[in-house]
Design a binder for this molecule. Structure first.
Ligand SMILES: *[C@@H]1O[C@H](CO)[C@@H](O)[C@H](O)[C@H]1NC(C)=O
Ligand SMILES: *[C@@H]1O[C@H](CO)[C@@H](O)[C@H](O)[C@H]1NC(C)=O
Ligand SMILES: *[C@@H]1O[C@H](CO)[C@@H](O)[C@H](O)[C@H]1NC(C)=O
Ligand SMILES: *[C@@H]1O[C@H](CO)[C@@H](O)[C@H](O)[C@H]1NC(C)=O
Length: 468
């Protein structure tokens, strides 16, 4: 009898151990209420998700998982989460840490991000998370080719039911589209359309990993401006300015242009012809820019316009021809900005550049961004502060009059969107003596030159004298 009781105790203990080790975060939580808004009005897809999460097990939960199908995961440019703190009037949002994570039991290749909560949720407690995630290259033009007089239609694929590793008690999805022109959309009852909005749900009691694929086919004539490659070089000169040079490879990533391009038709019927093409783009530059230029392979483009006010400068970029689907343009923008607006001294005596990351062009996706910060000669101990992960390396650049070369901090990031236009800092130590290196070198060069001249003249004279 005792042996039986003992083995029973062991057995139940084992069960308990097993239960706690397999009670992965996924069955700790359930979602009481989920609301999703998908904004399809531009070519960058922004999804706002509100989740009311409750802990239904004994162990406290410190993170909440967000699930993505693998295809969507690869196109994610940004995932952000925030939590509301304080009551009604004093309500404010605190940003939460979000990191990609993996799970061994992920079904169908599901990928995850983990949101870390400020304090663990105890049993029976609930909290509301505000999540924003942004997808690029997720609107697929169909038809793939259109003529100048046609408007652009695209497909968007998603699930009517929010993909989640948790049980979702109640949920609804609202999709915003740019116009009332919807060719078709998959119906998942209840779902309906009103004007420029589609609604899926409310759906109740959906099991973990419930999925219901939908396709929406609709009109979207927004400029699909994609910079396939952007190289920004930011050169710091302690002699008064920061010089920025930006090399763009711009493409229209929408439906390909079919047939010949008629400029006459384009100019005479601007509202009906080439509606998905774009003629110009706006670049937002710092307020006190000077020596702005804009050129392509042929030369300077004078049609650009610069407007400056106290807060910012706007440069209107107009390529030589309007960009239709599949067309590309390569160009360079350059400008200088005053050193004192962007270079500061840190508390520990180091200097730092504080500049904007990302791409100055409005509503643009950058597939590959490279930022090169060229530090003054004689700088060392460079370090970088960027609020998201970037690839980092360093190079040395030689320009004329350089003795030891300049350190170049190189930052690389793929899939960059306007939300990445936030300040970043490059810290470095600088020895002011090296600032004198260039003038000293110039001075010694001149000095040598004179000495040589004098020596030459001297020799010349002595030859004449000895040869009367
Ligand atoms: C995995 O995918 C298959 C086929 O698409 C589907 O039938 C199945 O329900 C999915 N499983 C889960 C757990 O989502
Ligand atoms: C283009 O403009 C810049 C600045 O205005 C000027 O320095 C440069 O010489 C010009 N280049 C050509 C080829 O006109
Ligand atoms: C960098 O500049 C931005 C404004 O452009 C400012 O808000 C921010 O505080 C600056 N950061 C540092 C570390 O100086
Ligand atoms: C870099 O840091 C080291 C130690 O902190 C210091 O000895 C060195 O002088 C620094 N280099 C420069 C260029 O300031």
């Amino acid at each position: 009898m005792a042996a039986v009781t003992f083995s029973l105790v062991i057995f139940s203990l084992l069960l308990l151990v097993k239960a706690s080790s397999s009670s992965l975060p996924a069955d700790h939580l359930q979602i009481l209420h989920a609301e999703r808004q998908i904004d399809l009005t531009s070519h960058i897809v922004r999804v706002y998700l509100t989740l009311k999460v409750e802990n239904i097990r004994d162990a406290p939960a410190s993170e909440v998982l967000l699930a993505f199908p693998p295809a969507q995961f690869d196109r994610l440019a940004l995932v952000k989460a925030a939590i509301a703190v304080g009551k009604k009037k004093k309500k404010s949002y605190v940003t939460l840490e979000v990191n990609p994570t993996e799970r061994p039991d992920a079904p169908n290749g599901t990928k995850y991000y983990a949101v870390s909560l400020l304090k663990p949720l105890a049993k029976g407690e609930s909290t509301t998370l505000e999540i924003l995630y942004i997808l690029t290259h997720s609107l697929e033009p169909f038809p793939v080719e259109i003529s100048q007089s046609e408007s652009q239609l695209v497909y968007y694929h998603d699930s009517a039911i929010i993909l989640s590793p948790y049980h979702v008690k109640e949920q609804a999805t609202l999709i915003k589209i740019p116009s009332t022109k919807v060719e078709s959309f998959t119906a998942v009852q209840p779902s309906d359309r009103a004007g420029t909005e589609l609604r899926y749900g409310p759906y109740e009691d959906k099991h973990p990993y419930s999925y219901s694929p939908v396709i929406i086919h609709f009109e979207n004539n927004n400029p699909f401006a994609v910079v396939e490659e952007l190289v920004r070089e930011i050169e710091i000169s302690h002699w008064g300015s920061v010089q920025v040079t930006e090399h763009y490879k711009l493409a229209h990533a929408g439906a390909k242009h079919k047939g010949v391009f008629s400029r006459v038709e384009y100019q005479s019927r601007p509202t009906a012809s080439g509606v998905s093409s774009f003629k110009h783009l706006l670049a937002e530059l710092p307020p006190r820019v000077h020596s702005v230029y804009y050129r392509d392979d042929i030369g300077n483009i004078s049609s650009s316009r610069l407007r400056t006010n106290l807060k910012k400068s706007e440069l209107l970029i107009e390529p030589r021809y309007p960009l239709f689907g599949g067309w590309k343009a390569t160009f360079v923008i350059g400008y200088g900005v005053p050193l004192q607006d962007f270079l500061f001294e840190s508390a520990v005596g180091a200097r730092y550049l504080n500049y904007s990351f990302g791409c100055p062009l409005a509503d643009t996706v950058v597939d590959k961004l490279t930022i090169k910060v060229v530090l003054p000669e004689g700088s060392g101990n460079a370090s970088v502060k960027v609020p998201f992960t970037v690839d980092q390396r360093s190079e040395t650049k030689y320009s004329y009059l350089d003795v030891i070369g300049r350190t170049v901090v190189v930052l690389e990031k793929k899939n960059v969107i306007p939300e990445h236009n936030v300040p970043f800092q490059v810290l470095y130590n600088f020895n002011p003596v090296s600032m004198l290196a260039e003038p000293l070198m110039l001075a010694s060069a001149f000095f040598l030159f004179f000495v040589t001249c004098i020596a030459y003249l001297h020799i010349d004279l002595s030859i004449r004298k000895s040869n009367p």
